[in-house]
Design a protein around this ligand. Structure first.
Ligand SMILES: [Zn+2]
Length: 230
């Protein structure tokens, strides 16, 4: 069950994730929210669903994002609904697909799979992911392109996309939402703001970081106003 992030856990998540790869940051956020179990083994869709639920519980469901037109560079503002996006993600389970005369079991990819191929040279990544998703089974070379295409299509189904039209040049494109990056950016911005508020209140009143973070938002903002002479 995804909990919301408190001020204390936002700082904890940011501190743990700031020097790490984007791949690890998504899992760090879920860990900071108290999600237990082997998080690296979650299908990527479940990771993203957890992050969107966490986002809605912490900051509310209305989510503003930006997309850049691939043609002219215009920046478009997007208004999204984190709860609706979480519900839109498909349930990914092991699936038996027919390829040629064979039936092949495809397992949904996980964060651990992506981490395992980080150091793999780009041309070899499809083979490495195929091996992980199929349990290392050997396939006749003639079947490989179709297996890879099925795997790619299946993972694409698990991506959140939105069709956009540029307001400047009318280019139409499909934007893939990077859920980890979206939620991480908000957590990082909030963490940096919190650090600034702690520094201000500690300087003004001599309070400890832990006590300041435990203040409700309303109380903290009121003390900040007082500290600023308002
Ligand atoms: Zn454009």
């Amino acid at each position: 069950m995804v909990q919301h992030l408190t001020s204390t856990s936002i700082l904890k998540a940011w501190e743990a994730g700031v020097g790490r790869r984007p791949l690890d940051r998504g899992l760090t956020l879920l860990w900071a929210a108290g999600v237990s179990g082997d998080l690296a083994a979650l299908p990527l869709t479940e990771r993203d669903r957890g992050l969107l639920q966490l986002r809605a519980a912490t900051f509310g469901r209305e989510l503003e994002a930006q997309a850049v037109c691939p043609d002219c560079g215009e920046v478009l503002g997007l208004e999204l609904d984190a709860d609706a996006l979480a519900r839109a993600l498909p349930e990914m389970t092991d699936e038996v697909v027919g390829v040629g005369d064979d039936e092949i079991l495809l397992r949904p990819l996980t964060s651990r799979d992506l981490a395992a191929v980080v150091a793999v040279p780009t041309p070899d990544v499809p083979a490495a992911l195929r091996a992980r998703a199929t349990g290392g089974e050997w396939f006749p070379p003639a079947l490989v392109p179709e297996i890879d295409a099925r795997l790619e299509a299946r993972e694409a189904e698990g991506e959140l996309t939105t069709q956009l039209t540029c307001t400047e040049c009318s280019t139409v494109w499909t934007e893939v939402l990077d859920v980890v990056a979206l939620v991480w950016a908000e957590v990082e911005a909030t963490a940096l703001r919190l650090v600034g508020e702690v520094a201000e209140l500690a300087a003004a009143f001599g309070w400890a970081e832990r006590d300041i973070l435990e203040l409700s938002v309303v109380r903290r903002q009121t003390y900040l106003r007082i500290a600023r002479g308002g």
